[in-house]
Design a protein around this ligand. Structure first.
Ligand SMILES: Nc1ncnc2c1ncn2[C@@H]1O[C@H](COP(=O)(O)OP(=O)(O)OP(=O)(O)O)[C@@H](O)[C@H]1O
Length: 273
């Protein structure tokens, strides 16, 4: 069975200007290869500037790649039509306060992806909006609210509902939990795990927070200067890092990590994290 997503030798460079009349480039991604299975969570970690966001954006189609291949079930992603591709991979951003248009109600924000990508009528769309608000723990009445009327945690739930609207197979969360306080963050982690169990969604989670990463991910990619320095099962990488950089990262961000059990949580056992 082919992987849901397989990424082979992905590169992204940015033009940075001229030096002695020669074009100069910055390589944000160098020969990135990995695969993602259905219902699994892949976490991408690394210091600032290591290429995590660029990778997330290239995968989501928000950024072009310089070269390399992305296969969706053995077929190049670009062979999917653009609507199909939009449905396949959705993205959630760090700050819902800026990613949600303040002039639109929650209902209008959730309706947008349906309007652009489906032929559903008003009442069919209303039903999907209501269903997805419920799935993320909000009420159907929230459809009439504006973003500023919601807490940060509720806004991030709306962002998740918006990502769910087209029934994607992959959701990419770029530091989507970073701005939330600890208890709200636990609730959102729990929600993501519950959605994954119910809907078999695969997640790609970009995070600097190794505490979150170890609870949420099955596989881990460690990036540095645009390259993958190490990848493998999360537990294995955190308990027995092979690369000096991974070891340093684990020691730095998870000082007592090696003494703690590192397993992906299920929705039912995360309530006290
Ligand atoms: N549009 C661009 N033009 C030129 N360079 C860019 C551009 N976008 C990103 N870069 C560079 O590519 C590298 C990777 O950036 P990226 O934002 O992907 O890193 P990151 O790991 O997500 O960092 P952070 O954790 O700070 O978000 C950085 O050196 C950055 O300066």
């Amino acid at each position: 069975m082919p992987a849901l997503l397989e990424v082979r030798k992905l590169n992204r460079r940015y033009f940075t200007g001229y030096k002695w009349f020669k074009r100069q480039y910055k390589w944000a991604l160098k020969d990135i290869s990995f695969s993602l299975e259905t219902g699994q969570t892949l976490a991408i970690v690394g210091e600032a500037g290591s290429g995590k966001t660029t990778l997330a954006r290239v995968l989501a189609g928000a950024e072009t790649r310089t070269d390399g291949t992305i296969l969706y079930r053995d077929t190049p992603l670009e062979k999917q039509d653009s609507k199909q591709r939009c449905r396949l991979i959705r993205m959630i951003f760090q700050d819902p306060s800026t990613s949600l248009n303040p002039r639109l109600t929650i209902g209008e924000l959730l309706r947008e992806p349906l309007v652009f990508n489906t032929d559903l009528n008003q009442s069919q769309s209303n039903k999907i909006i209501e269903d997805n608000l419920r799935k993320v723990g909000l009420l159907k009445e929230h459809a009439d609210f504006y973003p500023h009327m919601l807490s940060l945690g509720q806004k991030q739930r709306v962002a998740i509902a918006r990502a769910l609207m087209l029934e994607p197979e992959v959701i990419i969360a770029d530091e989507a939990l970073a701005d939330l306080d600890l208890s709200i963050r636990s609730q959102i982690v729990n929600l993501l795990l519950k959605l994954q169990q119910q809907l078999s969604i695969s997640f790609i989670v970009v995070s600097q927070d190794l505490n979150i990463v170890r609870h949420i991910s099955d596989h881990l990619i460690v990036m540095r200067h645009g390259e993958i320095v190490e990848q493998g099962p999360t537990e294995q990488l955190m308990l027995n890092p092979q690369h000096e950089y991974t070891e340093r990262l684990v020691k730095q961000k998870l000082p007592d990590g090696k003494n703690q059990q590192i397993v992906k949580s299920t929705a039912s056992n995360t309530s006290n994290h």
